[in-house]
Design a protein around this ligand. Structure first.
Ligand SMILES: [Zn+2]
Ligand SMILES: [Zn+2]
Length: 293
């Protein structure tokens, strides 16, 4: 089990421990760099529904941004994925060009599985590679939204899915001296406090239906919380300080052994949620827009 805490240390530890993951880690590293680019911060939309209902903040928004950063970022992820895994069905440039990059970006941000499946079918991707890339594609914009909306995150959020982007939590933290339980989202880095005995996926509170699988080291620093009602599971880490939002994705990778253990015991990742009602409007850059008039 990899337990390094700082992001850079964790990335290095993962590279050493999992040589076969280097292509994936290269993509994650690209995404972590991309998160810092100003184009995504500038694209953060106004929140469309000021009420405090169960809808995530990203729901019903229209995000207008230049086509160029979408094209550049999606092209880069596809090229990196194809470069490190030449057997991918879109490894050649002609196939990669058949992927509508704005459409792919829209599907990734909305977490629209049917839309992603359709794009994958169009290029003969039968192994779910594009679907696997979608969270990384969406990550820079979603992280920018979470940062910009930080003041909206202060109140309680009693729901199991992420307040910003609507995704299911990737892991839970038992944090600090008081052991507060926080759910974390790997897409946007979201962080919300939750009850101790409650399944985030189906809301079960009956303690006879909830349990935990403790890791082999017996230290309970990492464990798997399980629900026998919905058969969902949640990786749970004991932390002193909060995991930095951009680093949740690394901690998710570092604990993949827990995913394997949970699935081996008959538990499963949560079902995909309905796609978010979010729309991406890709503007052409000023000069091109002028020339086309
Ligand atoms: Zn989120
Ligand atoms: Zn459940």
């Amino acid at each position: 089990m990899i337990t390094a805490q700082s992001g850079e240390d964790l990335l290095t530890a993962l590279r050493i421990a999992h040589h076969e993951w280097r292509p994936l880690l290269a993509l994650v590293e690209e995404a972590l760099r991309e998160v810092e680019r100003p184009e995504w911060r500038d694209a953060v939309p106004a929140i469309a529904h000021p009420d405090s209902g169960p809808e995530p903040l990203l729901s019903r928004v229209v995000i207008t941004l230049a086509r160029r950063p979408i094209e550049r970022w999606v092209r880069r992820v596809i090229a990196t994925a194809a470069g490190v895994a030449p057997a991918t069905p879109f490894a050649d440039a002609a196939s990669a060009e058949r992927i509508d990059r704005v459409s792919f970006f829209q599907a990734a941000v909305a977490q629209d599985v049917e839309h992603l499946d359709g794009i994958a079918r169009g290029v003969g991707d039968t192994r779910g590679i594009l679907k696997g890339l979608a969270p990384l594609i969406a990550m820079p914009l979603l992280q920018a939204c979470r940062r910009a909306w930080a003041d909206r995150m202060l109140g309680a959020w009693p729901h199991g899915s992420c307040r910003t982007c609507g995704a299911w939590p990737t892991l839970a933290e038992i944090r600090g001296l008081d052991g507060a339980r926080h759910l974390r989202c790997r897409c946007c880095g979201g962080d919300w406090a939750t009850e101790w005995l409650r399944c985030p996926f189906c809301g079960e509170r009956d303690h006879t239906q909830l349990g935990s699988l403790v890791s082999a080291d017996g230290l309970e620093r990492e464990k798997i919380e399980v629900c026998d009602r919905c058969h969902g599971y949640l990786k749970t880490l004991t932390t002193f300080d909060p995991i930095r939002p951009e680093q949740v994705v690394l901690h998710d990778l570092a604990t993949v052994v827990l995913d394997v253990a949970a699935v081996e015991r008959g538990y499963r990742p949560p079902r995909h949620r309905s796609p978010l009602a979010v729309r991406i409007v890709a503007r052409r850059s000023g000069l091109r827009a002028l020339l086309s008039r």
